[in-house]
Design a protein around this ligand. Structure first.
Ligand code: GP9
Ligand code: MN
Length: 434
């Protein structure tokens, strides 16, 4: 066993935050559907434009007592964007400092990822649905190494003519056309939907736009279009929930919805500011950092004691949260995140570029900000200085542990109790894929 692996294991052991007995196992045995909301930011939740809600259906899920919703949840992606978000959700480890882990390492990487864990611990089948071709972000190879049984990519769907945008099959059609495949999955299943219509440049054919929705007039085409595709995304989710309810799947399914990363570039934030009730001339670096919040809504029909949780966390924390809700303990795995429902978790959120944020302070490109006053800290006390050093050291350590694990493919040498190593040759998606 290499020394580096021992260091990683020591780190994981020291940072294990346990689970919350109030919620552990609350979704045991349910199907799991993860819906990846492309480029969807938290500020769109409860947002009104021209007096009208942009995403009324997602808002209703967000406020439901059957949902565990998070309003201080941050994306933590690097250059791998969507693929980094996927990697974090599936493995609770970070993407790489440069490039995409999926693309760079995905061919030979040993993963101990959600589809394999759920299959081996609780008999889950698994599938990914996505309207883009199978090879984008090297997904076909990665999904085999993660143990995904089915990969229903754009190669399976009719993407002719106006059925797709630049990024693949339109979301409403993705949800609709996935049904025949979804219905063949043995229950319980773990299914992931990667939406794409709400992706830059946020262009959508007129006939797909809701004539009753009037978007903003912000001065930025990006922002105005963003709300249009946000609204379309919202309708597509609502239609899918209608299907889940009609088919009877709803009651026995936990649906996890999350935004993978920002959609509006920081360069556009000043034009966005007035829509958020802010003065564009007072916009700060910290305001931009605060915009890196994305939604996380875990909808468990029948839960009843959900609500909006203000804990600070990020994409790295989702896998243990889901596993604990399903009643699957995670102590034996190498995961760098902490259950978002645990009472013992750290409030330090680490970004891929070594920035970090807590409820009190944020470090942005080397400057420390006071989150309460929205000002940079110019003359820190000695006590503050020590605290900032400590937080930066913790952030750096978390990233370097992840990088050592992933770049040296250390899971090759790690055998968690009862875990059967995934052999990519056991998986064949070739039927229709190219
Ligand atoms: C492509 C889609 C977008 O298939 O997932 O990826 P992104 O550009 O957001 O990384
Ligand atoms: Mn993306």
């Amino acid at each position: 066993k290499p020394e580096e692996l021992k260091t990683v294991q020591k780190y994981v052991k020291e940072h294990y935050a346990g689970m919350n007995p109030t919620y552990a196992g609350k979704a045991k045995g349910k199907n799991v559907i993860v819906i990846h909301l492309e480029s969807f930011q938290q500020f769109s939740i409860d947002r009104k434009v021209n007096g009208q809600e942009v995403t009324p259906f997602l808002n209703s899920l967000y406020h439901s007592q059957d949902s565990l919703s998070f309003d201080n949840f941050f994306h933590e992606v690097g250059q791998g964007k969507t693929s980094d978000a996927e990697n974090m959700l599936e493995t609770s480890t970070f993407g790489l400092p440069q490039g995409s882990l999926f693309a760079k390492l995905g061919n030979d990487q040993t993963f101990q990822a959600m589809p394999a864990i759920l299959n081996q611990r609780a008999g889950y089948s698994s599938a990914v649905f996505h309207g883009n071709n199978g090879t984008f972000w090297n997904r076909t190879n990665v999904y085999k190494n993660m143990g995904y049984q089915n990969w229903i990519s754009g190669n399976y769907f009719d993407v002719s003519g106006k059925r797709e945008t630049a990024w693949g099959l339109k979301d409403k059609l993705l949800f609709k056309d996935s049904v025949p495949y979804l219905e063949q999955l043995q229950q319980p299943f773990y299914a992931k939907y990667l939406t794409v219509t709400n992706h830059t440049p946020y262009e959508l054919d007129k006939e797909d736009q809701d004539p009753n929705f009037q978007t903003s007039n912000s001065g930025s085409k990006y922002i105005d279009n963003y709300f249009i595709t946000n609204h379309y995304l919202d309708q597509s989710i609502q239609e899918f929930f209608n299907y889940l309810k009609q088919s009877g799947l709803y009651d026995n399914t936990m649906v996890v919805l999350y935004g993978d990363h920002y959609g509006i570039n920081n360069s556009e934030n000043r034009q966005l500011a007035p829509l958020l009730g802010k003065d564009p001339n007072q916009w700060t670096e910290l305001d931009s950092e605060n915009m890196q919040r994305t939604p996380l809504i875990i909808h468990v029909p029948g839960l009843k004691n959900g609500g909006i949780n203000h804990t600070y966390g990020g994409e790295i924390d989702v896998a243990p949260t889901i596993e604990h809700l399903l009643g699957i303990s995670t102590k034996r795995y190498i995961q760098l995140g902490q259950d978002l429902l645990s009472n013992n978790r750290s409030q330090l959120v680490v970004m891929r570029n070594k920035d970090w944020i807590t409820p009190e302070y944020a470090s942005i490109s080397g400057t420390i900000w006071n989150c309460r006053t929205n000002t940079p800290i110019e003359n820190p006390t000695e006590e503050q200085e020590n605290l900032f050093k400590k937080l930066q050291a913790e952030a750096t350590e978390k990233l370097s542990v992840s990088d050592s694990l992933n770049q040296k493919n250390l899971l090759r040498f790690y055998e968690p109790k009862g875990f059967k190593k995934i052999e990519s040759s056991d998986y064949d998606y070739s039927k229709k894929s190219t």
